[in-house]
Design a protein around this ligand. Sequence first.
Ligand SMILES: C[S@@+](CC[C@H](N)C(=O)[O-])C[C@H]1O[C@@H](n2cnc3c(N)ncnc32)[C@H](O)[C@@H]1O
Length: 138
Amino acid sequence: MNTKLVIPDRFLLNAPKVLAMGPPAQTGRMLLYHLAARTGIPLEEMDLLDYGCGSRFADAIVNLEIPIKSYTGVDVKADMVEFLRENVTDERMSFHYIDVFNYVYNKAAPPLHIDSTLPEALSDRSFNVISMFSVITH
Ligand SMILES: C[S@@+](CC[C@H](N)C(=O)[O-])C[C@H]1O[C@@H](n2cnc3c(N)ncnc32)[C@H](O)[C@@H]1O
């Protein structure tokens, strides 16, 4: 069993109305099972690349013991990615910083471009589901 993960409030990045729907781990679990139902890929067989990952799915997978095959989170918020890398010990999970522009979290970076690539560490990875929840709003 993995050590419980306590996410600092500063890394709870969901909109207030989403946070009001329930604890992030629980709404994260609901979305992960919804993703499995929509794609027809059971979580046990899902290699998920979550672009703009935030911390919610990590919270759900660790603290509610979600049986996902693997989870790879990518995000522009460097301090949050660093926190997740340091505090999530589950070997199915990894977190990666991407240096692209975000008007709140990464103002100095170049904008995401059609030629942008994923972090080098993911170059030999493959995924059967790619998600992006509440990211386009940025
Ligand atoms: C509202 S939060 C949603 C987090 C998570 N997907 C969820 O549903 O709980 C938006 C996330 O997208 C990230 N983000 C925003 N723009 C991004 C970009 N261009 N590339 C990668 N991540 C980005 C933010 O840092 C933040 O973690």
